[in-house]
Design a protein around this ligand. Structure first.
Ligand SMILES: [Zn+2]
Length: 93
């Protein structure tokens, strides 16, 4: 790759950073309303007290019956999903 190519950033196709967004849909157990959420696995995760895994907790409120739905997801240290728990709703996907 020539100097100019390097200068103008031609040639090496820059790989877009992998989308760290995790999309989920939750259905309210009370009224059936669907709630879409997106979790950013780079910024939304917290390390547990033991430092052995990541987790994220989200409180969702659907716009139909305003029920609070608790979602908790767990991830290993490589931020791979290891579990997902929903209270007050059901995971759709
Ligand atoms: Zn509802």
């Amino acid at each position: 790759m020539g100097f100019l190519d390097a200068l103008f950033g031609r040639g090496g196709a820059k790989k877009a950073p992998a989308d760290a967004g995790i999309q989920r849909t939750v259905r309210c157990n009370r009224c059936g309303a669907l709630i879409n959420l997106r979790i950013d696995s780079r910024n939304d995760l917290s390390l547990n007290d033991e430092g052995t895994a990541f987790f994220v907790r989200k409180t969702l409120v659907d716009s139909t019956c305003f029920t609070r739905i608790e979602l908790e997801m767990t991830f290993d240290l490589s931020r791979r999903e290891t579990g997902c728990e929903v209270r007050g709703g059901t995971l759709e996907q």
